[in-house]
Design a protein around this ligand. Structure first.
Ligand SMILES: NC(=O)c1ccc[n+]([C@@H]2O[C@H](COP(=O)([O-])OP(=O)(O)OC[C@H]3O[C@@H](n4cnc5c(N)ncnc54)[C@H](O)[C@@H]3O)[C@@H](O)[C@H]2O)c1
Length: 335
């Protein structure tokens, strides 16, 4: 499999390192800041390009990793699919509904895989929590609560050139930092059907036009409900908190830790040491497992752990939150 990568900023380092550790060659890097592409090529081998078009025109490849700003994900994925490449893209899979349809059609036509990096599904604590919930030992799931409380200040937005604007980032804390946690809620609780939500900009008025905080009340197909809160106005990056409440106990994920309570005072607490760590702590350490799984899907026909339909489900929940916040109404999120 021949791999290409576009967008050589922060998260690209994680992709390149993980691919390197998996023994996979990267044949080309592209970035509109050519020095960034060149630096990656010097480190990992492969050729450097100043645009995706140029790279696609000059390289016969199988997979494109997309690590660019949000508004470029769908156009770049479509360009790669049209050339017959599989796509592994960073989140989000789209920023508006029209883009979601465009990508859906391009993927159907190309008959290629599109993977989205919701890597927290591969966190050891998540894997354990899901398998425990699936045993049914704790009884049926009644509901959940999830909190993402992180710190992002003015320079994070003003120095990036694309963050903080609807057109280029597509939103704020919801689409960027906490979409992973929406994905985990869907992964653990199933299909969301309705959401009622609000968003606000508390600490970056005049700096960003998008939200720095969001809260939502989500109803799932099985009747369970989830409370969700996300903000980048906190004083630090606290570990993400997800608690699942079942009839006979609770499962709580907090960063790399899992706590389980059950009947008759049952209590366990487990810390899972991250297996592969590159970049910021809050990105987690599971890109490597995600990539291993994605390439196993391409080469061995194994099912990928993040089916495209699941990525769309999470995206629809996120778009539903924005719509509900805009309209002040509860909205369906199962379309
Ligand atoms: N999965 C995660 O945990 C995680 C963590 C961080 C970032 N991300 C995602 O990764 C993506 C990139 O984020 P980042 O923090 O690396 O951003 P970044 O700004 O550090 O990097 C983006 C890179 O894309 C390049 N670029 C911009 N326009 C381009 C174009 N037209 N053609 C080629 N290159 C272009 C920029 O020059 C830059 O080098 C975003 O979608 C973000 O949400 C995911």
């Amino acid at each position: 499999m021949k791999t290409l990568l576009v967008g050589c900023g922060s998260i690209a380092q994680v992709h390149a390192q993980a691919l390197h550790q998996l023994g996979r060659e990267i044949a080309g890097f592209a970035d509109i800041r050519p020095e960034r592409a060149q630096k990656m090529a010097d480190t990992y081998g492969g050729r450097a390009y100043a645009s995706l078009d140029d790279m696609l025109a000059n390289e016969q490849a199988d997979v494109l990793h997309i690590c660019t700003p949000h508004y470029l994900h769908v156009p770049m994925a479509v360009a790669a699919l049209e050339k017959g490449l599989h796509v592994l893209m960073e989140k989000p899979p789209a920023i508006v509904r029209e883009e979601e349809s465009t990508l859906f059609r391009a993927r159907e036509q190309a008959k290629k895989q599109v993977g989205v990096c919701f890597q927290n599904r591969y966190n050891p604590a998540t894997v354990q929590a899901l398998s425990l919930l699936q045993t049914g030992k704790l009884g049926a799931i009644k509901g959940a609560r999830a909190f993402v409380t992180w710190k992002r200040d003015k320079p994070y937005y003003t120095e990036s050139g694309w963050r903080g604007a609807w057109k280029t980032e597509g939103g704020g804390v919801l689409i960027n930092q906490s979409i992973h946690t929406l994905d985990l809620l869907c992964y653990l609780l199933g299909d969301p059907v309705q959401v009622s939500a609000t968003t606000a900009n508390h600490h970056l008025q005049g700096v960003i036009e998008v939200e720095d905080s969001a809260e939502a009340y989500i109803t799932f197909a099985g009747g369970q409900t989830a409370l969700f809160y996300a903000t980048t106005a906190h004083c630090t990056d606290a570990p993400v908190y997800v608690q699942i409440v079942c009839e006979k106990g609770t499962v709580t994920l907090e960063g790399d830790d899992m706590t389980v309570t059950g009947e008759n005072g049952y209590l366990t607490h487990t810390h899972f040491a991250p297996l592969h760590h590159v970049g910021k702590d809050c990105w987690g350490a599971s890109h490597l497992m995600l990539m291993q799984d994605f390439y196993d899907c391409l080469e061995k026909g194994k099912a990928f752990g993040i089916p495209y339909e699941d990525a769309c489900r999470t995206l629809n929940l996120m778009l539903g939150i924005y719509e509900s916040a805009r309209t002040g109404q509860a909205v369906p999120c199962d379309r």
